[in-house]
Design a protein around this ligand. Structure first.
Ligand SMILES: Cc1ncc(COP(=O)(O)O)c(C=O)c1O
Length: 381
């Protein structure tokens, strides 16, 4: 048995993505900057991919910069904003952002910036009044994610962007987990920067994009030979970019499945857990959530033990919590949500994809109650 329910960590590459990439590892190997026909073939691949990504996001292709993934896109957005307005030293983000936002902000804090990390509610919700009140004349950037990678909690990007626009502050959205799972229309969203990563939507790893609105300043992090309009130097990851483009095209076609098939699978897991396992708590329950994600805590359990047992049976899920055996770090997301200590250590993140099936779900939920029981007994002795 091989069941992969850790799709928020990364997704399997779609076969059609692989097929689209292969020619760029073979006869279309040229450098996109070259003037000859080999270069042209590679360049055409990159530009076609730009159109495909733009198609999913509903933006102008020229507004996209290809990067090495979500982390670089997040770093580039933050760096661009602070470089453009060096006199403004206040940045707002949240306590539950991804490390690729929190660590650049930590770096800036060490350089004299004031970083304000907004708290979240017990179920991971964001208080928009608190956000509005936090924005000051010296605020240069608000960086808030579209959907949380651990809980799947979705934040109201449009309302957040509206507040930032009204207060004339740049808004960056880390939409790495949102893209492809919900429809996102940048032609209609007040967002200045938005981050995308290929490997979260059945594309290859090590490639992503940053959307920058026409008026949003971009300062390159990587200087060199002027690729990506001088905004991101380095010979393009052509096959990766082509894969990202194809993945975006397929994600656009499949996004409807998240609202239907995938949410049904997820809801079936949730219901069965509630029916068969006592003292289980869904994190993010009263919030809008990604249809593929279930973050659940079992009282007096060990995530590490359960993950290991599931792995032995061929089932991959993850956790981001402290555990008694000490081999998992406490999740800063669940800590920010103030999950009670007796639940915190027994958390599982189950994240599905369009490739998940009901048979897989049935196998998983037939095994889980025994594992939870065993983990509880293990902790009791
Ligand atoms: C919300 C979020 N932002 C950023 C990233 C980083 O993306 P990448 O792994 O492509 O650098 C991830 C990946 O785990 C993520 O979940």
């Amino acid at each position: 048995m091989k069941i992969y329910f850790d799709n928020n960590a990364t997704t399997p590459v779609d076969q059609a993505v692989k097929v689209a990439m292969l020619p760029y590892l073979e006869d279309r190997f040229g450098n996109p900057s070259s003037g000859h026909r080999f270069g042209e073939a590679a360049r055409n691949g990159v530009e076609a991919a730009r159109e495909q990504v733009a198609g999913l996001l509903h933006c102008h292709p020229k507004r996209l910069i290809f990067t090495s993934g979500g982390s670089e896109s997040n770093n580039l957005a933050i760096y661009s904003a602070v470089s453009a307005y060096p006199d403004k030293k206040h940045i707002i983000a949240s306590q539950v952002e991804h490390a690729s936002v929190l660590l650049p902000l930590q770096y800036l804090a060490n350089k004299g910036y004031e970083i304000e990390l907004l708290p979240v509610s017990r179920h991971g919700g964001l208080d928009l009044d608190v956000l509005a009140a936090a924005i000051r004349p010296d605020t240069v950037l608000v960086s808030l994610m579209g959907a949380n990678n651990e809980t799947g909690v979705v934040w109201p990007v449009e309302a957040i962007g509206g507040i930032c626009k009204e207060k004339r502050v740049l808004f960056h959205c880390d939409a790495v987990q949102l893209i492809g799972k919900m429809v996102l229309d940048l032609s209609d969203l007040p967002v200045d920067y938005l981050s995308v990563a290929g490997h979260k939507l059945h594309g290859p790893k090590g490639v992503g994009a940053l959307y920058g609105k026409r008026t949003a300043p971009i300062t390159p992090l990587i200087l060199g030979a002027g690729q990506e309009n001088g905004l991101r130097a380095g010979t393009e990851n052509v096959q990766g970019i082509v894969g990202l483009g194809k993945a975006c095209e397929l994600a656009g076609q499949a996004v409807v499945e998240y609202g239907q098939k995938i949410s049904q699978l997820r809801d079936h897991i949730e219901r069965t857990i509630y029916d068969t396992i006592q003292d289980a708590m869904i994190n993010g329950q009263d919030q809008a959530r990604l249809a593929n994600t279930l973050n659940i805590s079992f009282r007096n359990c060990s995530s590490a033990a359960m993950i290991q047992e599931l792995d032995e049976k061929g089932i991959a899920v993850s956790a981001h919590s402290a555990c008694q055996s000490g081999d998992l770090d406490p999740s800063h997301v669940l800590l920010a949500m103030k999950i009670p200590e007796e639940y915190l250590h027994g958390t599982l993140r189950i994240s599905l994809s369009r490739m998940s099936t009901m048979d897989e779900v049935e196998s998983f939920i037939s095994i889980l109650p025994k594992l939870v029981k065993k983990s509880r007994l293990g902790l009791a002795v």
